[in-house]
Write a protein that binds this ligand. Structure first.
Ligand code: NAD
Length: 283
């Protein structure tokens, strides 16, 4: 038998939404390393172009930046036309765009008799605008690109979707109810869609990253003044059996595994990449 490899990914076409972000960039590097053609579909075209140019130069793979808003179907359809023209039919979709926002974050972790008269710091003070924004970005921002970017796969009766979930999907973290609910919906949607598409050759899976220090959570896990972990950041490390935050590169193996034919009998699963966080009961 030939040694197993990711060679089936060579010259395939992969679209990754939010691919210009911290975790997305690490995933793009891994995928480019096996010769896949990649479109980084991101709302921030300037950064998408920059990341694409750097990774293309480093890997020799064809990597392009494309402007797309995952919440706007017309923008995604326009992006698809451009990707088809520049790279060909789409074989793989990674739904990487997502994140939390301070506007959808409570100031206190739990309500107590001491803080219950400051309702603005609690669940009761959350503005619907922030809640809607975060829920939409994570849920609708996965749903719409999947509708638009999988039609070539349908035609070819072969393709892969990889969603990006989170630890919050299993057990919600305090303070971030919109993000937690939205990521739980990603696991549910991953299972639902995997069943819906199983007989037409499209596999649908997800990865659930543990904790990585990135733009969207730095304000929660680091103390800006001292540069040390915040009490919340320290709690995360204490509850991660491997005793550390992850490095974005730690997502690369699971990503390649799930998008390649190596996993061709696997659909509807969510793989945690979390240093053991989701396995630990806290004691
Ligand atoms: P990031 O903020 O670095 O990157 C997100 C990217 O998405 C950015 O390039 C941004 O421009 C793009 N984006 C935002 N809104 C968009 C829109 N409407 N349309 C298109 N693109 C848009 O985030 P990250 O930390 O790399 O996170 C990537 C994914 O991983 C997200 O789904 C996030 O929820 C998830 N995640 C992150 C962590 C973590 O610890 N950072 C943990 C678990 C899951």
């Amino acid at each position: 038998m030939e040694p197993l490899s990711f060679s089936d990914l060579k010259n395939k076409v992969c679209v990754i939404t939010g691919g210009a972000g911290v975790l997305g960039t690490a995933m793009v590097k891994a995928i480019a390393s096996v010769g896949t053609k990649i479109a980084i579909a991101d709302i921030n075209k300037e950064v998408a172009d920059k990341v694409a140019a750097e990774i293309a130069a480093e890997s020799g793979a064809e990597v392009i930046g494309i402007e797309a808003n995952v919440l706007d179907k017309a923008s995604l359809e326009k992006a698809k036309v451009e990707i088809n023209e520049k790279l060909g039919e789409i074989d793989i979709l990674i739904n990487g765009a997502g994140g939390n926002s301070p506007q959808a974050t409570t100031k206190v972790e739990v309500m107590t008799e001491e803080n219950m008269d400051k309702l603005e710091d609690t669940f009761y003070g959350l503005e619907m605008e922030g809640f809607d924004k975060v829920f939409a970005l994570n849920f609708k921002g996965t749903l719409l690109p999947t509708m638009v970017f999988t039609t070539d796969m349908l035609k070819n009766k072969k393709g892969v979707v990889l969603n990006v979930s989170s630890m919050n999907s299993y057990k919600p973290l305090t303070k971030i109810p919109a993000y937690s609910a939205a990521k739980a919906s990603i696991n549910n949607f991953t299972e639902w869609l995997s069943v819906h598409l199983a007989k037409v050759g499209i596999r649908v899976n997800a990865i659930a990253p543990g904790f990585f220090i990135t733009h969207q959570n730095r304000f929660l896990v680091m103390d800006e003044k001292t540069g040390n972990y915040s009490p919340r950041g320290q709690k995360i490390v204490d509850n991660t059996p491997m005793g550390k935050f992850g490095e974005p590169e730690d997502l690369q193996g699971a990503t390649l595994f799930l998008i390649s034919d190596v996993s061709n009998f696997i659909t509807g699963i969510v793989i945690p990449v979390d240093g053991g966080y989701s396995a630990f009961g806290g004691v």
